[in-house]
Design a protein around this ligand. Sequence first.
Ligand code: MV4
Length: 492
Amino acid sequence: MKYFEKLLVANRGEIAIRIMRACRELDIETVAIYSTADKSALHVKYADEAFQVGEAHPSKSYLNMERIIDIAKKSGAEAVHPGYGFLAENAAFAKLCLDENITFVGPRWKTIKAMGSKIGSKQMMKENGVPVVPGTDGGIKDLEEAKKVAADIGYPVIVKASAGGGGIGMQIVADEKALEEAIAGSMRIAQSAFGDATVFIEKYLVQPRHIEFQVLADEHGNAVHLYERECSIQRRHQKLVEEAPSPIMTPELRERMADSALRVVKASDYSNAGTVEFLYSNGNYYFMEMNTRLQVEHTITECITGVDIVKQQLAIAAGESLAFGQDDLSIRGHAIECRINAEDPLNNFAADPGKIVRYRSPGGPGIRIDSGIHMGYTISPVYDSMISKLCAWDSTRKEAIMRMRRAISEYIILGVKTTLPLHFAIMNNQQYIEGNTHTHFLQEEHILSTLERYKRDEETRMQTLAGTFDQGKKIAAITAAVNTYLQQKKNG
Ligand code: MV4
């Protein structure tokens, strides 16, 4: 089924390629856009046509709405897929596409706008019977009200920006003495970051889990969920490892959370692919926000359900009805994604852009890699430092972890520091193996100090795994490193 003749991908890197892969399978022609920094990027080579959109800085290129619409028109693209980041959750861009008669592959612009307000979406969900964290109804009006609400729900509380995302403007407040300053600080940050100083208060959940449900909804009122992903292992709101399904899920909890996720879909009259985020703590779950885009970690959901989410997005955008219902779906096995970034985990995750002088990615059964780079490619400091998304799928969680370790041991990336050794350490962490993850996992589990110790003891070995060991015989070195490590684990 060919949903469109030609589609423009308004993005770069691995996600642009991911989308174009779906298009090629559907016989849809693709148009790439690229900045001056991306002239020789893989997504440009992959596309059927490519147009330079502007200078390296995103505001001049991948965020330049008018230019992108011009290119869509000039090339005859009927649809635009925004990927994630950049214009993906920009209601104005979705509206511009509509006004220009170009299909935006995503939800309606009004839905994007409505979900952009944390207060508004939370209120809507509460009215529709979805659990939300206790706190203020709407924005804080004055300090007296804030004090009263905080006293009622009990400290610690958290102050959040309504327009916020990625934790920007969030402040945890331990007691009433600290409340006034936290509110003022949060408002100041929210005003400068989003131009909207509205903040609200919630009960602070200690070490919650981040569990999100993937949903698909067509434009005819049909909706399904594609189960959940556990995304608790993150650092400064950047996810590092995700898995599907969640290790703590039970059939009963899943039924309740999925029911809530589909209520969110209904209440917001949602269409296309989306993600309903929940925090989970002590047996309870709470709606956090809805992401109105294709997410980085959609891959693991594809692994366990067999559904190609991008193809579904295209079908929905073309006005098709969902070809399957909830009863047609089931979970097969377990999938884990490690985000491999060109960052130094031992130097505060500083980005380490530069040339990939050697590259060999893992393969074999149950491995999926989505990447926008190749040997000889130079990672630019202008964009995010993702090298690839490494996914391991197998019948059980335990086997998926073993498979991920095997894949990491095969992976060779030289020329830049990477998060590979960090992932190796996580895959060998006892708490991780037991499924005991939460949003403070990285700090609590001393993963970084473990890495620090390895570094001191085994400089060469870690450099090898980190991809900075600048000489030959890589496979032997890595195999030896892995074996030494596993032996150490065995010996306690
Ligand atoms: C919270 C919370 C604890 N209690 N809300 C962070 C980003 C935003 N999406 C929601 N966030 C949180 N909200 C209450 N009431 C803890 C976090 C949080 C978090 C959430 C998901 C994944 C990682 C996180 C890391 C730190 C804090």
